[in-house]
Design a protein around this ligand. Structure first.
Ligand code: FES
Ligand SMILES: [Fe+2]
Length: 350
C-alpha cells in the first residue's frame, strides 16, 4: 500500500457515509478516510457532517446532543451550527476566534448520505454518479450495508474480478460453467468495465423463474467500477437472436443493476453500502426480502475472504502479487488510483 495512512485515500469524491434511514435527531459517529465525523439531522431535516472533535478540549461532539440546527458539545456545552461555526458558549457572550469545527459538503441521494472530504471548492453535486433507474417505479429496490475489516484497495480489486465468482460464491451466485469464459476489460477515464456476453445458452435459474423465456437466451454480466467509490454489476438476459444494443438491454425481461458505494473507513477497513435495482416483481416485498438475503449472503462470502486476505497481508506486508490473466481489470484499476492519488493533498487537511 503506497504512502502514509492518509496518502492512500482519494479525497475529492462523494463518499457514502450513512444510510439516510440511520440519520435522525441523535448524533451519529462515523469514520471515513481516517477522519472522525459526526453526522446529524437539523430540525428541518437537513443532513450535517462535521469533524467529531470539539475545538475547546477535543470532546467528541457525537457524544453530545442536537438542539434545533446545532450540535451541543457534551463537555462544556458549546453550540456548533451546520456550517461548523460556534453559535454559543455557555457563560459568556463573546465567541472566541477560531471556535469552529470543519463542516463538509453533504448530498443526500439514493437513500444515502454522501460527504465530500477533500477540497470543498471542488464539491460539485454533478460529480456524484447518476443512476437514472433509482426511484423510477419500473424498478424495485433491495438494500443493505456491510462493514469490511479490509482495505478498500483489495475490495476494489475484487469488484473488477468476475473470475472469483465461481469460487468464492459457489454457494450463492456462482456458476461453474462461466469459469473458463474469457473476460474483457475496458478503461474509460476513471471507469473500468469488465465482463462478457454469454450467447445462446439455457437461462440460469433466476432468469427462468422471473422471465420464463421460451428458448435459449443471450445474457450479459458487466462489472463497472467508477474509481474509487462506485461499483455496479449489470446483469440481464433476453431471447437469443436479438441485437445487443442498449435499447434491447433496456427492454430485457430480466435485468438487475447491483450497486455498491464504498468508503474507506481506515486504511484497513471499509464501509460498503449496497442496493439492487430489478425490473422484475418490482412491488413484491417477498422478492425484495429474497434479494436482500441473497446479496447479504453473497457479500458475506466476499467479506470472509477479503478479511482473511487483510490478516495475511498485515502479518507479512509488502509482498508483490503474482498476476494472472483475469487481473486485467485490477491492473487498470490500480493505475487509475495511482493517477488520482498523485494529484491530491490528503483528505481532512484542507
Ligand atoms: S470540550 Fe467542547 S465545550 Fe469544552
Ligand atoms: Fe464477490
Amino acid at each position: 500500500m503506497p504512502g502514509t495512512a492518509s496518502g492512500v485515500f482519494i479525497g475529492d469524491e462523494w463518499y457514502a457515509v450513512a444510510a439516510s434511514a440511520e440519520l435522525g435527531p441523535r448524533p451519529l459517529a462515523r469514520t471515513a478516510l481516517g477522519v472522525d465525523l459526526v453526522l446529524y439531522r437539523t430540525a428541518a431535516g437537513a443532513a450535517v457532517v462535521l469533524r467529531d472533535r470539539c475545538p475547546h478540549r477535543s470532546a467528541p461532539l457525537s457524544m453530545g446532543e442536537v438542539d434545533g440546527d446545532a450540535i451541543v458539545c457534551p463537555y462544556h456545552g458549546m453550540h456548533f451550527g451546520p456550517d461548523g461555526r460556534c453559535a454559543r458558549v455557555p457563560g459568556q457572550a463573546r465567541i472566541p476566534p477560531g471556535a469552529s469545527v470543519r463542516s463538509f459538503p453533504v448530498l443526500e441521494r439514493y437513500g444515502l448520505v454522501f460527504a465530500w472530504l477533500g477540497e470543498a471548492a471542488r464539491a460539485d453535486p454533478a460529480l456524484l454518479h447518476a443512476i437514472s433507474a433509482y426511484g423510477d417505479p419500473a424498478w424495485g429496490t433491495s438494500r443493505g450495508y456491510h462493514h469490511f475489516r479490509a482495505s478498500y484497495l483489495n475490495i476494489l480489486d475484487n469488484l473488477v474480478d468476475p473470475a472469483h465468482t465461481t469460487f468464492v460464491h459457489r454457494r450463492t451466485i456462482g456458476n461453474a460453467a462461466a469459469a473458463e469464459v474469457a473476460i474483457e476489460a475496458v478503461e474509460d477515464g476513471d471507469l473500468v468495465r469488465v465482463g462478457r456476453w454469454v450467447d445462446d445458452a439455457p437461462p440460469v435459474p433466476i432468469v427462468q423463474r422471473f422471465a420464463a423465456p421460451r428458448g435459449n437466451v443471450d445474457r450479459w454480466q458487466f462489472y463497472f467500477l467508477k474509481v474509487p467509490s462506485v461499483s455496479w454489476v449489470d446483469f440481464g438476459a433476453f431471447d437469443t437472436g436479438i441485437a445487443h444494443t442498449p435499447e434491447a438491454q433496456a427492454r430485457a425481461p430480466y435485468r438487475v443493476l447491483s450497486y455498491a458505494f464504498l468508503t474507506p473507513e481506515t486504511a484497513a477497513s471499509t464501509h460498503y453500502f449496497w442496493f439492487q435495482l430489478r425490473n422484475i416483481a418490482v412491488d413484491d416485498p417477498a422478492v425484495t426480502a429474497e434479494f436482500e438475503a441473497l446479496y447479504r449472503a453473497t457479500f458475506d462470502e466476499d467479506k470472509a475472504l477479503l478479511e482473511a486476505v487483510q490478516r495475511v497481508e498485515e502479518r507479512e506486508p509488502g509482498v508483490a502479487p503474482v498476476r494472472i490473466a483475469s487481473d486485467a481489470g485490477v491492473a487498470r484499476l490500480r493505475r487509475i488510483i495511482a493517477r488520482r492519488l498523485a494529484g491530491e493533498a490528503p483528505p481532512g487537511e484542507r
